[in-house]
Design a protein. Structure first.
Length: 162
């Protein structure tokens, strides 16, 4: 069995061309393994000094936008700070396990700068942490694209992963 589609749903747009180019390069490389797409959900605009209530309202609104974009039947993997740290090999195994379990689509979710709503986290089949370090969301998207490509390479026993 093989994963047919992989998508990343993320909050916000990539403003800088170099981030867009990096994601496009991995999208091109992934085309030999699966149908890959990046789906952007609109970021909720917060005041410059948001209150806790503002942040919660923003997370809820972004969560609604994310949930509306999750394909039916997709295996949902969220990236969150409280998630389990994964190695590249573990991610490759997770993707392979999704295929074995009959999932034809895997959907990764990256929240905005304040994270993800509880509603999105509850929909998640797996919560993973990219690192204990903090990355800009634009860079996290590029890193995730690369790691998905690496995972498919590991599963295909390609020379990319050393």
């Amino acid at each position: 069995m093989k994963i047919q589609r992989v998508s990343i749903i993320c909050v916000g747009k990539l403003k800088e061309e170099y981030w867009r180019n990096a994601c496009a390069e991995y999208q091109k490389r992934l085309s030999s393994y699966c149908k890959f797409s990046v789906i952007e959900a609109e970021e909720y605009k917060l005041p410059s000094s948001p209150s806790h209530a503002n942040i919660e309202a923003g997370l809820d609104r972004e969560g609604e936008r994310i949930i509306a974009k999750i394909p039916n039947g997709a295996r949902v993997i969220t990236l969150c700070v409280e998630g389990t740290p994964f190695s590249s090999e573990q991610l490759a195994k997770e993707i392979a396990d999704c295929a074995v379990s009959g999932a034809s689509e895997v959907c990764f979710i990256i929240g905005g700068s304040y994270g993800l709503s509880d509603a999105v986290k509850r929909m998640s089949h797996r919560r993973i942490s990219m690192s204990a370090m903090t990355f800009p969301h634009q860079l996290a998207r590029v890193i995730l694209c690369e790691q998905i490509y690496r995972a498919f390479g590991i599963n295909a026993d390609s020379r990319y992963h050393k």
